[in-house]
Each structure stands twice: as structure tokens, then as C-alpha cells.
Design a protein around this ligand. Structure first.
Ligand SMILES: Nc1ncnc2c1ncn2[C@@H]1O[C@H](COP(=O)(O)OP(=O)(O)OP(=O)(O)O)[C@@H](O)[C@H]1O
Ligand SMILES: [Mg+2]
Length: 252
């Protein structure tokens, strides 16, 4: 069964209520789906609608076949769906261990067992357990944020641009950990700006343009599609798109 099934999801903000205009997607356990698209396409807004930070105006969200549309952020976490936001995703003054414990706030009794499982998966976090999060490198902080999210043993993990601002080497390492996390059985939905790199590690890719599904398919095949290559490599090959989808590079 699909872990996450999203059908014709629509919504937005009080000031701009038609941002996401009928997005559909599905992610199975053990699968990695990347969602790519130009700046402003609505990728982060989809994540906010899925986590209950925004209430969908229309459409349906199901977790393991159970309708969870419109649940609060807390209920979504309880139902097994956790987001790693792009920014401010760890507490800088807290230690690695304390940050991990925060990921288990709904069920603190499980913290010890989950900490053992997560630090076994990400040994770096065991080595750094007493260090303040702010002393970690950008890549290490993203690993901590992912570890914190895995503390609640989610069925579905959502990642918003996990490699933003990382060096190519740190991005490669992080993509490998995301891949391994999916292979452990979690359904992973990863929003990425490093489109071509993301497609290379993903099972399937969904291209969002202007709040709608524009292209989708098996990720490696989609990465070879001339239309997709034109969209993402039209500029100098940074693998990014601008809001017009013409492939010119964007300055972020
Ligand atoms: N808090 C907000 N209030 C009103 N409009 C917003 C808000 N946040 C985003 N928007 C608008 O919603 C649209 C989609 O934004 P969103 O952040 O989802 O895009 P994105 O695909 O994640 O882009 P990026 O690649 O830059 O992260 C944009 O037009 C943006 O201006
Ligand atoms: Mg975004």
C-alpha cells in the first residue's frame, strides 16, 4: 500500500490562496520521490499543506490508506508524517543528544531506544552527541535534523531542500543518507533545487510548475528526457530553474 497518497491537493495562504492547484502524488514505503521545479512553483507550500501547517482548501491526503486531510501538525506527526524544514531545523544551543530527544517529544519514554537506533544509522551523531548543534558543519546539521525527524519513527519523511547551501561533497554525502533512509523502509518525499543530482538518487521525480503536476516518471529516465534537460540545463548547467521554467539560472 502507498504510505502517502495525495489526491488533487489545493491550497495556499490568506494573502494568496491559489498557490497549490490540484497536486497529486504517491510514495510507497522504501521509495524516494523527489519534487523539483522553479522557484515559487509551490513546492514548500505542498509540504506545509501535508504537515497541517496550512489547511488544504480541497483534495485528500491519506497515510497508509487512512484519510488524514486537515489534521493538525501534532496529529500528523502522531499519524507518522514528519517534515524536516529547510531552515532553523535544529536548536543551536542544545547538544546533538538534546536535539535528538526533542524529536521524541510525543513519547519521551521511547527516546533512549530511538536514540540508539538513530545514532547507529548516523554514527556521526554518536561521536558528536555532547557537542552543541551550532558547532556542527552545515552538512552535519542536516544529518542531525534528519536524525531528529527519525526519532519518532515516521512512516513518511518530508525533506525541504536538504542540500541547500552545502558543498558538492556534503550534498553527495547527504543524498546517500537520504537514499539509505528510504531503503530502510521509510517513504521519503524530498524537495530539491539540485534537480539533476536529486533525480540521480531518487526512484521517481515529480516536476511542479505553477502549483500543478507538470512532469513525472522514473527519476533516472526523467533526468535523460530532453524536455527536462532543457528545463534544468538550459542555462550553464547548474541544474536549477527560474520561475519561467526556461532554464536560466537563478541567483539565490
Ligand atoms: N507566507 C506566505 N504568504 C503568502 N504567499 C506566500 C507565502 N509563502 C509563499 N508564498 C507564495 O506562494 C508561492 C509558492 O511559494 P513556495 O515557497 O511554495 O515555492 P517553492 O516552490 O518552495 O519555491 P523555492 O524553490 O523558492 O523554495 C510563491 O508565489 C510565494 O510568493
Ligand atoms: Mg521552497
Amino acid at each position: 500500500m502507498t504510505a502517502l497518497a495525495v489526491d488533487a491537493l489545493s491550497g495556499g495562504y490568506a494573502a494568496a490562496d491559489h498557490v497549490v492547484k490540484g497536486v497529486s502524488l504517491a510514495v510507497a514505503p522504501g521509495e524516494l520521490l523527489c519534487v523539483i521545479g522553479p522557484n515559487g512553483a509551490g513546492k514548500s507550500t505542498v509540504l506545509k499543506l501535508l504537515t497541517g501547517l496550512l489547511r488544504p482548501r480541497a483534495g485528500r491526503v491519506a497515510l497508509d490508506g487512512r484519510d488524514v486531510t486537515g489534521l493538525s501538525p501534532r496529529r500528523m506527526i502522531e499519524a507518522g508524517l514528519v517534515l524536516v524544514p529547510q531552515e532553523r531545523n535544529v536548536f543551536g544551543t542544545l547538544t546533538v543528544e538534546e536535539n535528538l530527544a526533542m524529536g521524541c517529544f510525543l513519547d519521551p519514554r521511547r527516546a533512549r531506544a530511538r536514540m540508539a537506533a538513530v545514532t547507529e544509522r548516523f554514527p556521526l551523531l554518536a561521536e558528536r552527541r555532547r557537542q552543541a548543534a551550532r558547532t556542527l558543519s552545515g552538512g552535519q546539521r542536516q544529518i542531525l535534523a534528519m536524525g531528529q525527524a527519525l526519532m519518532s519513527e515516521p512512516r513518511v519523511l518530508l525533506l525541504d531542500e536538504p542540500t541547500a547551501g552545502l558543498s558538492p561533497k556534503a550534498a553527495d554525502d547527504l543524498f546517500a543518507l537520504v537514499r539509505a533512509t528510504a531503503e530502510s523502509g521509510v517513504a521519503v518525499l524530498m524537495v530539491e533545487q539540485n534537480a539533476l543530482q536529486a533525480m540521480q538518487v531518487s526512484d521517481r521525480a515529480l516536476v511542479l510548475v505553477d502549483g500543478r503536476n507538470a512532469h513525472e516518471g522514473p527519476a533516472p529516465a526523467l533526468a535523460r528526457d530532453p524536455e527536462i534537460r532543457r528545463l534544468f540545463l538550459g542555462g550553464r548547467g547548474a541544474g536549477r530553474m527560474d520561475a519561467s521554467g526556461t532554464g536560466r539560472e537563478t541567483q539565490r
